[in-house]
Write a new protein. Structure first.
Length: 195
C-alpha cells in the first residue's frame, strides 16, 4: 500500500512540477519547491486521516497541521487517554477526554457515554464525545482552541490557557502534565495502535 501511495504521489508531483512551470513560467525554483512541499503535506495529512492510530502518526499529524504546543498536547492525550488504553480512546477515538459541546462547532459524531460525578455542592454529568477517526479528535481539540481564542484567550502559555478555560479543573492536572517526560515515554508507547 505504501508503494502505491508513493507512486501516486510521485506522479502527482511530477505533473505539478511540469504543469506549474508551463502555466506559471515566472515562478522561481523556490516557489515550485514550496508548492510541491505544500502538496506533499496535504497528501500526507490526507493519508494520516485514513490511517490507524499510533503515537508516531499523532506526532506527524500535529507537526503537519503546524499545531502549537505539540509536546503539551501529546502529554494531554497521554493523560486523558490513560496512555492510549481507555475505551474512550480505543473504541470511540477520543484522545483528549473531550465532552460533546452544546454550542461550539464540533467534529464529534455522537455521545460515547455519560458519567455523573457528585461533588459536595453539585452533581455534574459529563457527556463524552465519540469521533469517527482519531484525527477528528485532534481537529476537535483545535476547534476548542479556536473557540476560546476568538473569545480573547491566548494559547501561547498553554498551561495557563488550560487553567483559564477550565479544562484543568483539578488542581493536580497541570502538575500531572508537566511530570510526563515525553522522550522517555514515547519509546514505551511505540507499539500502541488502534483503528
Amino acid at each position: 500500500m505504501k508503494i502505491i501511495f508513493v507512486l501516486k504521489v510521485s506522479v502527482i508531483l511530477l505533473w505539478l512540477t511540469y504543469s506549474t512551470e508551463a502555466l506559471c513560467p515566472k515562478l522561481t525554483n523556490k516557489d515550485i519547491k514550496s508548492h510541491t512541499e505544500n502538496c506533499m503535506n496535504i497528501l500526507r495529512i490526507s493519508a494520516l486521516e485514513q490511517s490507524e492510530f499510533s503515537v508516531e502518526n499523532l506526532l506527524e499529524y500535529l507537526q503537519l497541521k503546524e499545531v502549537k504546543n505539540r509536546d503539551i498536547i501529546v502529554k494531554q492525550a497521554i493523560l486523558e487517554s490513560g496512555w492510549f488504553k481507555s475505551s474512550l480512546t480505543t473504541k470511540y477515538n477520543n484522545l483528549f477526554g473531550m465532552c460533546k459541546p452544546r454550542s461550539r462547532k464540533t467534529l464529534a459524531s455522537g455521545v460515547a457515554f455519560r458519567y455523573t460525578v457528585e461533588y459536595p455542592t453539585d452533581t455534574i454529568t459529563y457527556t463524552y464525545a465519540k469521533f469517527e477517526h482519531w484525527t477528528d479528535s485532534v481537529k476537535d481539540l483545535l476547534l476548542l482552541h479556536e473557540y476560546y481564542e476568538n473569545r480573547g484567550y491566548s494559547t501561547i502559555d498553554y498551561y495557563t490557557f488550560l487553567n483559564d478555560i477550565g479544562y484543568a479543573f483539578e488542581s493536580h492536572y497541570i502538575k500531572a502534565l508537566k511530570s510526563i517526560k515525553l522522550n522517555k515515554e514515547l519509546k514505551r508507547l511505540n507499539n500502541v495502535r488502534f483503528t
